[in-house]
Each structure stands twice: as C-alpha cells, then as structure tokens.
Design a binder for this molecule. Structure first.
Ligand SMILES: [Zn+2]
Length: 403
C-alpha cells in the first residue's frame, strides 16, 4: 500500500502509505527499499525527535460539514496519542537527548505547500471516507510531511487510530513492511496475502484486527532501527536485532523464526496463519535462548497453537532450551490443566528430563506442592521412557487423534 518514486508524481515527493487504494507494495519488513531512500527525505520526523517542540497544522477536508466534524480538541488528542505511541520505544531507549514531548497545534484552512512550510507536520482529516489515506514525504527540506486521514470522523474508532498510527509511522520515516503475494511467489513463514517472512505489524496493516495492539515488536524494532541509523551511524544493511536476518529479495530484515516471532508476542491467530500458510516451516526451530514455538505457546497458554504443533508428525515435543528445560517443565510451572493434558497425551513426551538445575517436571511439581500432578506424572505410561537416544515411534499423534 504505497507508491515509491513513481515517475508520474512530482519529483520532489515520495508518496507513500496509501492504506486503502494502492496495490503495488514492494517493501519488506522494517529495513525496506524505502528506508534506503530515506536519507533523501529531508523532513521526516525521526530527524526532529530531539527538537524542543513540533508545530503541527491540521485541517478538515472540504467534505466536512460543520455538524459532522470531529472536535478540534479530539483531533489534537488523537494526533498526540499516535505520535506518543511511536516515540515511546525511543523514550524507553533512554537517549542522551530528551525526546520531543511538546506538540503545538494550529488549525489551517489549507495545507498546500506554501501554507505548511513553517510546520513540522501537516494532517488533513476527511469526513466522507473515500480511501484517500496516505502520507507524503518530501525531498525538499522546506516541505514537512503531510498525512491524510480518510476513514470517517469517529476519533474513538480503533480503526481511525490504527490508520492514524500507520500514516504517522510514514511521517516518522518508516516504510510499509509488507508485500502482497502474486502468482508464483511462495511464502516461507509469512502471513496470508504476503510473500516472504512477513511479521504482523501496524506498518504491515496486519495487526489491529486480530490483536488490538497498536505496535508490534516489529514496529518497535523498526523505529529503534531508524533512530540508530539516523543518530548512531548504524549501517542500513545491519539488522541490529539478533533474531533478525537480512534478506535480499525483497530487500529487508526479517525475523529468523517467523513462527516463534509471532507466538512469543502472543499473536495466536498469526502463528496459526503461519503454520497453515507454510507447510515447510521449521516447526522445531529454536531461537537464541533455545526456546521453540512450543515453549512460548505453553508459557502463553496458547492452546490452539499447542494443538496445531502436536498434530504435526515431524514435531519434537522434547526439545530443551538453554536451561535444559523442555516445554513440559514450563507447563508444570504454569499449572494449566488444559496445557498439561495436551502435552501428556503426546505419545513421545518425556516425563523425567532433568534441566541444568537437576529438576525434572516431577520434582518441579513436588516443589510446587502439587501432589495430584506428581501422581499423574509418576503414573504416566511414558515415565520410564528414556530421555536420550533415538525414540522408537510406533504411533503418531495424528493417528492417536483419529482413534
Ligand atoms: Zn502505508
């Protein structure tokens, strides 16, 4: 949902961020082709986050009748809220200079270039939705970003807020982070209608409907990455975050473990989507601390993901993290009867693996005073199953479920 350096737009502008009408996205994840031109953008807001205040102009579209306009105060609050959402990850970094926290608003009758040169940001709100939402970022150092919001007049509507955050993400300097799937492109852990490894994000327009979150980890990583490139000399090809890797086609940084990336954030719906979408994804992948998708699903109590993983024949239910703990250790600590019942019904589950602290799931249950669980584990048919060596698989979870 963006247009990038299209020959039919004035040369001084990069027109991006068209949420509702463009179908020609090309960028991919937070290091996108757009970011490689961001240095041409003289006035994106990342370059101004250490100013003492921003002057923000906003106007009603010509279609806004007096009686269906949002209140000016409400619009100002909505803009401030969306900007603060983007600035919070930078505040959390504890940068040496303070992050902007003073926003001064001016109502404008017109935001044409000559009328907004004195501003840091211009925002136009239309009242009769026609899908014109978008963001214009200029190469002209005298022209500030201009964001257009065209999703109705209810500032309390979460979609309104979501679109405002998305478009202000462009004004900050971020690109769209998704690609649409076209013929002969295949996913490798991406979401529906994407290609490649595409995480859920507000800049991917894949977040709010399922999670009700404003920013995902990918969005936060994107704004932090942008800051580091702008102020700390980070190479734009350096992904910075350890669980990301650079991908050339399409160019960008992508999570190494897309399934883990989603479930770690509690995105159960997206994790299921990834599992369904990519039959070849490595469901036994382990991240930098040895956690598998199952470890995260158990810790988060994501029953549907646990069921989906256990149903796969190639799934290894007994992988250990860096502390030597299997998912069953965490299931015992969490104490959810439903999660425990699922794991304990898997034909390969180890009952007595010891972690590096020498604790087995049984000792953990005993430490917790959960005598019923201790009895259940001790009486489990697998409690004498060896915890090393090659497993002898005589039955699969899938076949078990069919009985
Ligand atoms: Zn966009």
């Amino acid at each position: 949902m963006k247009k990038l350096l299209k020959p039919n737009v004035p040369i001084a502008f990069v027109v991006i961020g068209c949420l509702l009408f463009s179908v020609t996205p090309t960028a991919h994840d937070f290091v996108s082709s757009e970011h490689h031109v961001f240095k041409k953008w003289r006035t994106d807001l990342i370059k101004k986050v250490h100013k003492d205040h921003w002057d923000i102009g906003y106007r009603y579209g010509d279609d806004c009748k007096v009686d269906n306009r949002p209140e000016a105060k409400d619009l100002e609050e909505a803009i401030t809220k969306a900007l603060q959402i983007w600035l919070q990850p930078l505040r959390d970094m504890k940068t040496k200079q303070p992050i902007i926290n003073d926003f001064r608003y001016q109502r404008q009758a017109d935001l044409r270039i000559d009328n907004r040169k004195h501003l840091d940001l211009g925002v136009s709100f239309y009242c009769d939705p026609k899908g014109r939402s978008g963001a214009r970022i200029s190469e002209d150092p005298n022209v500030p970003p201009h964001v257009v919001i065209d999703v109705g007049t209810d500032v309390n509507d979460q979609v309104f807020i979501f679109v405002l955050i998305h478009e202000l993400g462009h004004a900050m300097g971020l690109g769209d982070t998704y690609t649409l799937r076209v013929a002969n492109w295949t996913t490798k852990g991406g979401l529906e209608v994407t290609r490649g490894t595409q995480p859920a994000a507000v800049m991917a327009f894949h977040l709010y409907p399922r999670t009700k979150q404003y920013l995902s980890e990918d969005d936060k990583n994107g704004i932090i990455w942008l800051y580091k490139v702008e102020y700390e000399g980070l190479d734009p090809a350096d992904c910075f975050f350890p669980n990301y890797e650079f991908e050339k086609t399409p160019e960008g940084c992508v999570p190494k473990y897309p399934l883990i990336f989603e479930i770690r954030q509690g995105h159960e719906g997206y994790a299921l989507r990834v599992l369904e979408d990519d039959k070849n994804i490595d469901i036994n992948a382990q991240d930098s601390i040895g956690f598998t998708a199952l470890h995260y699903a158990v810790k988060g109590g994501h029953i549907l993901v646990i069921e989906a993983l256990l149903a796969r024949d190639e799934f290894n239910v007994n992988l250990r993290d860096e502390s030597g703990s299997t998912a069953l250790h965490y299931a015992v600590l969490k104490g959810s009867p439903e999660v425990l019942a699922l794991l304990l019904s898997h034909p390969d589950i180890w009952i007595r693996p010891r972690n590096k602290a020498g604790k087995s799931p049984i000792t953990l249950a005993r430490d917790l005073g959960n005598d019923a669980l201790v009895d259940k584990l001790k009486n489990h048919p697998n409690q004498r199953l060896a915890v090393s060596g090659k497993k002898k698989l005589t039955t699969t979870w899938a076949s078990l479920k069919r009985r």
